[in-house]
Design a binder for this molecule. Structure first.
Ligand SMILES: [Zn+2]
Length: 341
């Protein structure tokens, strides 16, 4: 059985009723899994255990943790788009706990899912609807245990928080494929951002133009991600990112259809299998009407072909040729990365 970590605190991960992040996604998704007989044969919803302050300290500074807890008491925000509402820090700590558990399963060469992926929070900052970075805490924990970790971030938004935490750390290979930062928050993740010091070459950013679809993503993944991951030979692959690369998403402009999200799940599993690595799937993002459908598409690709693919237009398949712009970006990136890989 593949565990999906969750508990009742996740739904308190809220920024208020008018905010685009709607936490009702968590209980709705878990209900759907539990009510779908075919899914209960593959997945088991397990109770996440709250992360401790020591766990958070693996990544976040004491000053920042204190600031978040203080803002919860007095009211305020860590950034203009991220208020700290009552109960939200505890909810984030539970989400971090779920990712820690999923990473422990993966360290034993297993597979696990958490409803997490708060990738915009860095050591000393929170933003982009992220208070504490569960992806980074999980990766740091594994790296400290001597594991080589690949974080494969397929969210439409680049994972700036995770990138910053590991920018100088060669134990964690951070790869992000995302919408061109010139056209979307966080405005980070250009091809020339490759890491620093000992971490040079261990950060890989693959920007995709607006409306990029499956064939474009697949080209970047075939040409860049697969060969680098093979050379790095990770013990664990943590893929993070939910439904926001889907064309229906209200905050982003990428053009993946449901088979594209399914492809992302499938390719992550392939990367894990080819490298004999543990596999963590983190699902969280998505804004608009099709968030949960997108998560199902990803899980279908990663673990369970019997899940029905949600109805959608199909723009392209992974075998189709990419756009000219994507070909050019990948050429440029290949040139830059050839110094390291
Ligand atoms: Zn996102």
């Amino acid at each position: 059985m593949i565990p999906i970590y969750y508990n009742e605190y996740y739904r308190k991960y809220s920024f208020g009723p008018l905010h685009p992040f709607d936490p009702v996604r968590f209980p709705r998704f878990v209900e759907l899994v539990n009510d779908t007989e075919a899914m209960t044969e593959v997945f088991e919803v397990r109770k996440a255990v709250e992360a401790s302050l020591d766990d958070l300290s693996l990544v976040h500074s004491e000053t920042y943790i204190k600031k978040v807890l203080q803002l919860e008491k007095i009211g305020g925000r860590v950034s203009p788009d991220t208020p700290v509402k009552k109960g939200a820090p505890k909810a984030a700590m539970n989400i971090v706990g779920g990712t820690i558990q999923a990473c422990r399963d993966a360290a034993e060469s297993g597979s696990a899912v958490n409803l997490g992926g708060l990738h915009h929070a860095g050591r000393d900052y929170g933003e982009g609807f992220c208070l504490f970075n569960d992806v980074a805490v999980g990766a740091q924990m594994l790296a400290d245990e001597g594991k080589k970790v690949c974080v494969f971030d397929t969210d439409a938004h680049q994972g700036n928080g995770t990138m910053d935490v590991f920018y100088q750390d060669p134990r964690v290979l951070f790869i992000s494929i995302h919408q061109d930062p010139a056209t979307l928050y966080p405005g980070r993740g250009y091809v020339h951002e490759v890491g620093k010091g000992a971490g040079k070459g261990y950060t890989v950013n693959i920007p995709m133009p607006r409306d990029a679809h499956t064939a474009d993503h697949a080209y970047g993944i075939d040409k860049v991600v697969e060969p680098i991951v093979k050379k790095f030979a990770p013990h664990v692959i943590i893929r993070n990112g939910g439904s926001d690369p889907h064309h229906s998403d209200t905050l982003t402009d990428l053009g993946l259809d449901m088979t594209g999200l399914e492809y992302l799940g499938r390719v992550s599993k392939k990367l894990a299998q080819e490298n004999n690595a543990g596999h963590v799937e983190l699902l969280l993002s998505g804004y608009g009407p099709r968030v949960i459908e997108g998560w199902l598409a990803i899980l279908k690709g990663a673990f369970d072909p019997s899940i029905e693919t949600p109805d959608d237009k199909v723009f392209s398949s992974p075998e189709d040729p990419p756009s000219r712009a994507v070909r050019k970006t990948i050429e440029e990136l290949d040139d830059i990365l050839s110094a390291y890989w």
